[in-house]
Design a binder for this molecule. Structure first.
Ligand SMILES: NC(=O)c1ccc[n+]([C@@H]2O[C@H](COP(=O)([O-])OP(=O)(O)OC[C@H]3O[C@@H](n4cnc5c(N)ncnc54)[C@H](O)[C@@H]3O)[C@@H](O)[C@H]2O)c1
Length: 411
């Protein structure tokens, strides 16, 4: 069977996923729907024979003509797209699954609404968190399987994701996106660190989060010169509605079977003025360790000043590249490097074999819970105890001040 995907949203990540799908069998991009008609994307998909990429005007029409709608639209537009999918299914559309990019939602209230709608139509959900599918992470787990068996699982996992800031205005508006870099990228680093700590063969949510301690800062984009740049480039005012450009924190997990405790440490920033996107992930276990750095490549390119004028597109080298000359870090296959290819292989296999994917929306909701606990900790300057029933109940209704547009009270 060929799984027919329908992309909702035709921006940056949709283009990346189209590149990834060139390396996946048994799948096609059958339909597209976006706020502005994604003609160029459709053309490029058809030119590569990746699918018919029929452009639909509504989510309902798209859902009636594909097997798996894939939510790749901005965070603030997820719920309404999901409502349209529900309407389509209630009108007779037959879906094999629904996939959603990270984050599943901006807060737990929205995550609950997403899950309730998915449950109402009884469709398998797939959560697109690529970092668990990163080949280096999967290889590390495979390579260390017998070592962790003998020595015990990792005690500490550290995950960082950093670049110089997102490419579109809505990411910078905390009321639309859900916050700053913690909402946007903290979800990745929390997820991959939790996964690395998880013993082999156990479910992705096996380890129970007990305590979360986090801090947020506005360290670059709150300064006058950079605030002005945000106003000029994106029409966003960080004097009125700032969001964090740096966040860090620790999460303590407990293994309910062994009683072992382990810690995840995450660091994310939009102020990494180095080559471009860097994922830096390491893990320490008793007697062993691992480390992955996405900026390391076997390929180095140097472009001197005299040749620099001929450079067209710095992002050819690396996502969010900040330089087009000098010694460049170049990653020739980013869709594979970041796990997008294997994420879609898993989706396709799950649909074909009628088995659950590695990650579903209930896992996505747990990541939202940990992100919300991090905001709560940073806001209150205190550790959040997730074993406390009252705190858990509070989190269900919690919307971070930064997300409410009240970042000035925090940053
Ligand atoms: N996994 C990753 O590493 C990764 C990377 C980037 C983005 N993302 C996620 O993907 C999502 C999209 O991000 P992006 O970078 O592609 O954003 P983008 O701004 O580049 O693209 C968003 C697209 O959605 C369209 N759109 C806007 N409102 C819409 C609506 N109401 N209905 C349908 N389409 C609408 C826009 O026209 C645009 O084509 C976000 O949730 C983001 O968190 C994930």
């Amino acid at each position: 069977m060929t799984v027919r995907l329908g992309f909702i949203g035709g921006g940056f990540i949709a283009e990346f996923h189209a590149r990834a799908l060139a390396s996946v069998r048994g799948v096609e991009i059958a339909g597209l729907m976006s706020r502005t008609r994604p003609e160029a994307l459709a053309e490029s998909i058809r030119a590569q024979a990746l699918g018919d990429a029929v452009i639909y005007d509504t989510v309902e029409e798209l859902a009636a003509n594909v097997d798996v709608p894939v939510l790749l639209n901005p965070n603030f537009a997820r719920l309404s797209a999901m409502e349209s999918i529900v309407r389509a299914v209630e009108a007779g559309a037959r879906l094999e699954a629904i996939a959603c990019e990270k984050p599943l939602a901006r807060n737990l209230g929205e995550a609950r609404a997403m899950m309730e709608m998915a449950e109402r139509i009884g469709v398998q959900t797939v959560f697109l968190e690529n970092q668990l599918h990163v080949p280096a992470i999967q290889a590390a787990r495979g390579q260390l399987a017998s070592v962790t068996e003998a020595m015990g699982p990792l005690g500490l996992a550290r995950a960082a994701e950093e670049h110089a800031g997102p490419h579109n205005a809505w990411f910078w508006d905390p009321t639309q996106q859900g916050g700053g870099v913690l909402s946007d990228m903290g979800c990745h680093s929390i997820a991959v660190a939790w996964y690395l700590l998880t013993p082999q063969g156990k479910a992705v949510d096996h380890l129970q989060a007990e305590r979360v301690t986090a801090s947020v800062g506005l360290l670059k984009w709150g300064r006058p010169r950079w605030r002005q740049e945000l106003r000029d480039r994106f029409g966003v005012d960080y004097e009125k509605t700032p969001a964090e450009d740096f966040a860090t924190g620790t999460i303590t997990f407990r293994d309910p079977e062994s009683g072992y405790r382990s810690m995840a440490q995450f660091t994310v920033s939009w102020m990494y003025d180095k080559q471009g996107l860097r994922l830096l992930i390491d893990g320490l276990g008793p007697g062993y360790a691992l480390e992955a750095n996405s900026l390391r490549s076997p390929l180095e390119i140097f472009i001197g000043d005299t040749a620099a004028a001929s450079i067209q597109d710095a992002e050819l080298a690396l996502e969010k590249s900040t330089a087009s000359q000098g010694l460049l870090a170049v990653q020739p296959n980013e869709p594979d490097l970041y796990g997008y290819v294997d994420q879609f292989r898993d989706l396709v296999a799950a649909v074909r074999d009628r088995r659950p994917p590695l990650l579903d929306w209930s896992y996505g909701r747990e990541i939202v819970r940990l992100t919300m606990a991090s905001y709560m900790s940073a806001e209150r300057g205190a550790t959040v105890d997730l074993t406390d029933a009252q705190t858990r109940a509070e989190l269900e209704a919690y919307v971070p001040l930064i997300q409410q547009g009240r970042g000035r009270e925090v940053l």
